[in-house]
Design a protein around this ligand. Structure first.
Ligand SMILES: [Zn+2]
Length: 418
């Protein structure tokens, strides 16, 4: 056990999800006029649509959901992969803080039609969506037991909890784990800069200098002391942790706000996290959506606070993965029978892209899929991503359908290679 002085973590207040410790400058006007049609797009008079950012996001979500039936001609895994993209994007668009790249028409030139504009936005976000949902993985690789982690990283996992007097920073439970903010694997295979650039297409993140995202030599800034329970809920994307910079002493103080994510904001899950540091005499209160904690250090050089930037990356990915889980849990992604398992064998040690592990986990958890169906989907999706031929086309029943849709399927698969 380390001896003091310690960093501190304490509950501040319950706040709204857009809470900031300072008064923000007034935001730009959100209501504006969009010009649709007119020369050179249409011989008719242009139309003028008065809209807001929120209205445009709602219309975009509706447009994306209206496209779902157009996927019905595709085969099993490809159809499901596109359904997941459309449904999750509709949910991301409805998330209050999202800012989809290219969607805003504020100060924009006239557009041909809203549909054409939405289609451009949707195709532009497809690559980032896949990259983020594929590179991110909280689970250790089966074939790589901790090899990617350095001794500095392992040391950071041991020492940072000591800085907080061996207590979970949220609930105060003793002997927390040193949880990685951004998984080491994600930092290794695709550097944080790439994640940052991708996330900026979905959330309002500023441009940052490369050095702000580097953890080498500052491994401690990628660690949060969390008890096993909180850590598990975080890894399952059941909760997110929103960082808020301190307005005057950012090196000495950092606010963290707990957000229960969609589909997990139920009493049963929330009751699993109690704050053991509040109301020591009576029953400990459950940690509520919006609860803000403040971390402080008296020595930012020796005991630095967690990295604001890495926490922002984690929050963006959590919101994206939460949308993926919610889309899968709603069940429509897996509508129809799972593909028959008749193709070439798939190596058993291969893992699906993280977005699909999350989707299958959420669908089975919500009862939208049973275990047997989930296993069939897992094999079909693995085959799809590996490009392994399945025997689907040899099956008489499905031959006509496969032939009829092969053109459409190629078009979709081409787009996926972004
Ligand atoms: Zn805890």
């Amino acid at each position: 056990m380390a001896t003091g002085p310690f960093n501190t973590a304490q509950f501040v207040a319950s706040e709204a999800e857009d809470w900031a410790p300072t008064v923000l400058p007034s935001p730009p006007p959100t209501e504006y006029t969009v010009t649709i049609g007119g020369p050179p797009f249409s011989p008719d008079e242009p139309q003028r649509l008065v809209t807001t950012t929120a209205d445009l996001k709602t219309r975009f979500a509706q447009y994306v959901l209206r496209k779902l039936p157009s996927l019905d001609g595709l085969n099993g895994a490809a159809k499901t992969d596109w359904r997941l993209y459309y449904t999750a994007m509709a949910r991301v668009a409805q998330e209050p803080t999202s800012t989809l790249a290219g969607l805003s028409l504020f100060g924009h030139e006239p557009i041909q039609s809203l549909e054409a504009h939405f289609e451009d936005v949707l195709s532009g976000l497809h690559g980032p969506f896949h990259s983020l949902g594929t590179a991110w993985d909280n689970k250790p690789d089966k074939t790589d037991k901790g090899k990617g982690r350095t001794s500095a990283d392992r040391k950071a996992q041991d020492v940072v909890p000591q800085w907080y007097d061996e207590a979970c920073i949220l609930c105060g439970f003793p002997q927390p784990q040193g949880a990685h903010i951004v998984p080491v694997r994600a930092l290794r295979f695709q550097d944080a800069e790439v994640h940052w650039a991708m996330l900026r297409k979905f959330w309002p993140l500023s441009m940052v200098a490369t050095h702000e995202l580097i953890t080498s030599g500052r491994e401690e800034t990628n660690i949060l002391p969390l008890c096993p329970n909180t850590h598990w809920l975080w890894d399952k994307f059941a909760l997110a942790i929103r960082p808020i910079a301190h307005p005057t002493r950012p090196q000495h103080s950092l606010y963290l706000q707990l957000l229960w994510l969609e589909n997990h904001a139920t009493a049963s899950v929330q009751d699993t996290l109690s704050d053991f540091r509040r109301q020591r005499a009576g029953p400990h209160p459950g940690i509520q959506n919006g609860d803000v904690y403040e971390l402080t250090t008296t020595d930012p050089a020796a005991r630095p606070l967690p990295s604001l930037r890495l926490l922002q990356i984690q929050l963006g990915v959590h919101k994206l993965m939460s949308a993926i889980r919610a889309a899968a849990a709603a069940g429509d992604i897996f509508r129809g029978d799972p593909p028959d398992d008749k193709g070439l064998p798939v190596p058993s040690d291969l893992a699906l892209p993280s977005r699909w592990e999350a989707a299958l986990d959420a669908a089975t958890g919500a009862g939208a899929l049973d275990r047997a169906a989930a296993d069939l989907w897992r094999v079909a999706l693995l085959r799809h991503f590996l490009g392994l031929a399945s025997n689907e086309e040899d099956d008489d029943e499905e031959e006509d359908e496969a032939r009829a849709t092969s053109g459409d399927r190629q078009a979709h698969e081409g787009a996926e290679d972004v």
